[in-house]
Design a protein around this ligand. Sequence first.
Ligand code: VAH
Length: 309
Amino acid sequence: KILITGAGGQLGTELTAALAQKYGNENVIATDINEKAAEKYTFCSFEVLDVLDVDRFSKLVEEYDVSTVYHLAAILSAVGEKNPLFTWKLNMDSLLNVLEMAKNGKIEKIYWPSSIAVFGKNTPMDNTPQECVMDPTTVYGISKLAGERWCAYYFEKYGVDVRSLRYPGLIGYKSVGGGGTTDYAVDIYRAAINKEDFDCFLKEDTYLPMMYMPDAIKATLQLMDAPKEDVSVRSSYNISALSFSPKEIYASLLKHYPDFKIAYTPDFRQDIASTWPDSIDDTKARLDWNWQPDYNLDEMTEDILKHLT
Ligand code: VAH
């Protein structure tokens, strides 16, 4: 059985549905700290879970006979800056708890998302390599980088089968962003469709690596399906699909909504975005488990508009 934490979040909403479809509704347990997330889970089991509650977490794992945990619960980059110490505690303690459960033989396999937020000011910005200088500036980024090292440590020392991707900004239409620096690219579609003007919190020329949610789901399932011996990276894989600026996503929407208007009012999130790469080199993922994205920017826009209108 598969247990997902943070199942009410932007990624959790879509990944849980995909896992239920692939492995059967009866084999999936969605959990979230927010009981309102239960509304999304009429098709599978749902449990309220605070990932810092170690006792309840291991009880659920036992009760449901869980073998795989997708540990998605985390505080993201922008909101994390409002409460740095708690962000560190939540992101780190919860991961270590899951890794310990695997080390102690309670679960067999872990998926844990990392992020391009592990990179920083001294990281090469274009085609950022798998291995390079990593000097994150946000607590979220620091926790993801430390988390990556813990994952590699538990794999090397204890043979824990933990797998991870450094997601770029994820864009989907089925769920809303959770307080990240890349959320503008999710919100801009709703504004265009609702015929509202859009105020962007990043400058027009801020390039960031991004990915359409179906590609993120595909990559995650592919990595988790890969034979153990093919997974050569046990910290976290660089993974790439798109790279665009607010100006370019706006241009992509203008083709469908010629009257759509945008203004740029950069705030503290601009400072975060400025330290992240423009584009990512994901050669390792392509070589190890045949990663290849399906959507470019215009295809993503067309698909989102088709579903939302
Ligand atoms: C954030 N969307 O902005 C997340 C992500 C690519 C960064 O991890 O915090």
